[in-house]
Design a protein around this ligand. Structure first.
Ligand SMILES: Cc1ncc(COP(=O)(O)O)c(C=O)c1O
Length: 426
């Protein structure tokens, strides 16, 4: 974000508009939402999520699953259910939330490298559409549960294709060293497929692979398909799930490749490898459906100007509502929703309120020098892996989550209070 410019529209959801310096979402002033729901607050543009999912559905004749680890609550699960997509869950807890929202279990894909027997029993009993098998131990766990239930369980086998992709590069690892899936290189994938196909209680539907997250270089997906091709030819799956990971812009200058380009890349690679249209393709993006849909709005507290060193701008949240900067060194931008047109002429470090020097949200944010205590400050693109990774560190209550669209604003998750900080205690 350059000084003197507005926050880039590419970082804002479709429903956001700026008029005379004030920021609105679907016509409602962000400041009014902050007043009504308090700060910090996650504001999701529900219409943006719907539009992204529709765009993904239209990009190709593929099946789309939403990777719910990016963000899940019942309101979101209901939206995904209405849109008719599949849902990837990675724990019994995610499965529970989806089911309690009424999400159709036959469209659930159950992931995880260490599903417990209890989680497997829960999933089988509820009629989960697909289990993704991750280890030999899990094959036998699921077989036993399916046999007891008297239900032949449809499954995918997760393969580690030896391609790891992040952001602007991919590496061919030929890797054995992953906690996920069965490696191709060692022959473990081949052996697992043999076990599954000969099982009376497992219905082999297909193969799954996932090569990473925040991928901007689409060629990584070509490498993935190339790596899987021989296995696909040998085992004739009905479905090939190629994972998620499409990159999302967090700061200006970044640009998502988009669903159309992703689809073209995948289908070109499939065609080149002779993988026919009779094999259904599934993708399971998380971030690209929800990241840009949300912004977090904080209130500025202490502003500490260390002469010749740095200005620290403290907000009323931090690493407990957005751990990504601390975990991954992720970059974000910030703007003042009530002064979105103000000249941005100072570099400041935005920090949270936690007892941790590393509790930094943005190291070099460009903000108006006029910023002062009491101002609202927004960080866009916080819809993925923000709330879903939130914690109560320092016993800081987790913020509310609100959904906004043409029909107005509604509370999806209430904010926690101090009483909630002891609600689990004996
Ligand atoms: C198996 C699997 N599928 C899908 C995803 C979603 O990735 P993203 O949110 O980057 O699209 C992940 C994320 O880590 C994953 O592990």
């Amino acid at each position: 974000m350059g000084a003197g410019t507005r926050v880039s529209p590419t970082l804002l959801s479709r429903g956001v508009s700026i008029r005379e310096g004030r920021t609105y979402i679907h016509g409602i002033a962000v400041a009014d939402l902050a007043e009504e729901f308090g700060t910090p607050v996650f504001i999701y543009d529900a219409a943006h999520i719907r539009a992204e999912v529709e765009a993904a559905k239209e990009a190709a004749d593929w099946q789309v699953a939403y990777a719910s680890k990016a963000f899940l609550c019942r309101e979101l699960a209901r939206i995904m259910d209405e849109l008719g997509v599949h849902m990837d869950v990675a724990s019994g807890g995610e499965l529970y939330v989806a089911l309690s929202a009424g999400f159709d279990p036959s469209r659930i894909v159950f992931h995880g490298n260490n599903k417990s027997v209890a989680e497997i029993e829960f999933g089988v009993a509820k009629g989960v559409g697909l289990f993704v098998l991750d280890s030999v131990a899990e094959i036998s766990r699921l077989e036993k549960v399916a046999e007891t239930a008297g239900r032949r369980q449809p499954v995918l086998v997760r393969v580690t294709p030896g391609v790891e992709a992040h952001t602007h590069e991919y590496v061919m690892t030929g890797q054995e060293d992953s906690k996920f899936g069965f490696s191709l290189a060692s022959g473990a994938a081949e052996a697992a497929l043999g076990m599954v196909k000969s099982s009376r209680w497992l219905d082999f539907v297909g193969i799954h692979a996932h090569i990473g997250s925040q991928i901007f270089l689409l060629d990584s997906y070509t490498k993935e398909v190339d790596a899987l091709a021989t296995l696909v030819e040998a085992h004739s799956p009905r479905l090939l799930n190629l994972g998620g990971g499409l990159g999302v812009a967090y700061v200006s200058g970044e640009e998502t490749p988009g669903f159309d380009a992703w689809a073209s890349q995948l289908y070109a690679a499939l065609a080149r490898n002779g993988i026919g249209r009779d094999i259904r393709v599934m993708v399971e993006p998380g971030r690209s459906f929800v990241a840009q849909a949300a912004m977090t709005v904080y209130r500025v507290g202490t502003v500490k100007r260390l002469e010749g060193l740095r200005t620290y701008v403290s907000v009323d949240g931090g690493m407990s509502d957005n751990p990504r900067p601390v975990l991954y060194g992720s970059g974000y931008e910030a703007f003042l929703p009530e002064a979105a047109d103000a000249e941005r002429d100072q570099v400041a470090t935005i920090v949270g309120k936690h007892c941790e020097s590393g509790d930094i949200l943005i190291r070099d944010a460009i903000l108006p020098a006029s910023l002062e205590e009491g101002d609202l400050l927004a960080t866009p693109v916080t819809g993925a892996y923000g709330y879903s990774m939130a914690s109560n560190y320092n016993r800081v209550p987790r913020p509310p989550v609100i959904f906004v669209d043409e029909s107005g604003a509604r509370l999806a998750i209430r904010g926690e209070n101090f009483e909630d900080m002891v609600r689990l205690e004996a």
